[in-house]
Design a protein around this ligand. Structure first.
Ligand code: AMP
Ligand code: MG
Length: 412
């Protein structure tokens, strides 16, 4: 069998990756990035014991026998500092988040009290000491590491960063990604319409796949299947951290991409992967650049991105979870498998009686991009499978969403 298994090729790609150092970004632009440094708390939060409820700060000993009536000595709102000490038979009206006054050791929520016409308050329940009091520093303590390097910045993390006043955040640098399509048959998006040409879909599908990871790639355009022009375009691409080259990696007499890359000093790590679609996939490294040679068929191009390039970019960005989340689903109809390669079948997913059901998105030819446009997942058919019958359990890589996992799913 020619080429690496999918799992071996994924390992080879990931092992070749590294982070690109750190940069500082404003908090407003940090979502989706990865922390390059530990973050410490610079204050106790909350800064003092505060009330967890709107109610009354009391002495728990005073409410051992209820009902009982207490004198209200002051009103404390969030943002106020108490000015009085709560003595025996006294309480303070207190709002959520306001500091608990000296003398008080518990809070009783307003729902368990009754305001009396003379300004005093009747307490109807007994509570233990510390009831409804949030401890000073329960959220974070000065000097404590609250976020570790390597943490993906989610909305919750953004909130934590704001809490430690991190207006600038140290994150791993994103790779600069270039995309080059190759092929004399291709028509660019703004080229005049020519019915004999093939529209360049791959530049844009790849662009969108890169964008979905939060990276803005640069489109280099279309290189002709001609060594001198191709070399020129590839040289431009090799100025970037990552170069994606679509087409021209196969065995056609005009497939110049691999020899030209080699002539430019790219060391090819592998060519061909035991997968369908995507067999003529190539990967190489240059001094400054990771280079992916991607088969030109539009579905192959997108599937190769999912299996190798997305995980590689996530690794460079500092993420620990590189691979698409997988789910187990029930196959809705028979799927044949005659190959000895791992197959990625495009499927739609629906819930039926609480279980996920996967249905292939029609014709699975590697040029039929509609199968990918409709797909919610890639069903992994292991290389050794003799076909999968309706009702059997299958592994599906989810194509949408921002949740990822550490290991590739399915038996690739
Ligand atoms: P190749 O890998 O260069 O042999 O290309 C295989 C086939 O994929 C070509 O015959 C085209 O039909 C198609 N193809 C190649 N590049 C693109 C592209 N950028 N966009 C859409 N289809 C493409
Ligand atoms: Mg070509």
């Amino acid at each position: 069998m020619d080429g690496l298994t999918v799992a071996a090729a994924q390992r080879c790609v990931i092992e070749a990756m590294k982070q690109l150092g750190a940069e500082s970004v404003p908090l407003q632009q940090a979502l989706g990035r990865v922390l390059a440094e530990d973050v410490q708390a610079n204050r106790d939060q909350p800064p003092y014991d505060v009330s967890a409820m709107d109610g009354f700060a009391i002495r728990s000993a005073d409410v051992a026998n209820v009902p009982t009536v207490l004198e209200v000595i002051e009103d404390i709102k969030a943002g106020d500092m108490p000015t009085k000490v709560v003595g025996a038979g006294q309480c303070a009206r207190i709002m959520t988040g306001a500091p608990v006054p000296q003398g008080a050791d518990a809070v009783i929520r307003v729902e368990d009290t009754q305001a009396l016409s003379d300004g005093r308050v009747r307490i109807d329940v007994s509570v233990k000491t510390r009831n409804d009091i949030r401890d000073r520093g329960e959220n974070m303590r000065t000097g404590e590491v609250v976020l570790q390097a390597g943490t993906t910045i989610t909305p919750g993390v953004v909130g934590m960063l704001a809490m430690v006043k991190a207006a600038q955040v140290s994150v791993y640098r994103q790779p600069r990604v270039a995309i080059l399509s190759t092929g004399d048959e291709l028509e660019g998006l703004s080229d005049p319409f020519d019915a004999n040409k093939i529209p360049d879909a791959n530049s844009y599908a790849l662009m969108a796949q890169v964008q979905a990871l939060g990276i803005a790639p640069v489109l280099l355009g279309i290189a002709r299947d001609e060594p001198t022009h191709l070399k020129e375009m590839l040289q431009r691409g090799l100025q970037f951290d990552v170069l994606l080259v679509s087409g021209g990696t196969s065995v056609g007499v005009h497939d110049y991409v691999r020899p030209t890359l080699e002539a430019l000093g790219v060391q090819m790590k592998f060519w061909r992967v035991q997968m369908k679609p995507g067999h003529p996939m190539a990967f190489g490294v240059a001094p400054l650049t990771w280079v992916f040679g991607i088969p030109g068929n539009p579905v192959s191009s997108m599937v190769c991105f999912e299996e190798f390039i997305g995980p590689a970019l996530r690794c460079i960005m500092g993420h620990h979870k590189h691979f698409r989340t997988t789910v187990t689903a029930k196959l809705s109809r028979d799927v044949k498998h005659k190959h000895i390669r791992t197959e990625f079948v495009r499927v739609m997913l629906r819930k039926e009686a609480g279980a996920l059901v996967a249905t292939p998105t029609g014709d699975q030819g590697s040029g039929i991009l509609r199968s990918m446009a409709m797909a919610e997942g890639l069903m992994v058919v292991p290389a050794e499978s003799k076909g999968i019958a309706a009702g059997e359990q299958v592994t599906v890589q989810l194509l949408d969403g921002t949740a990822f996992q550490s290991e590739a799913g399915g038996e690739c």
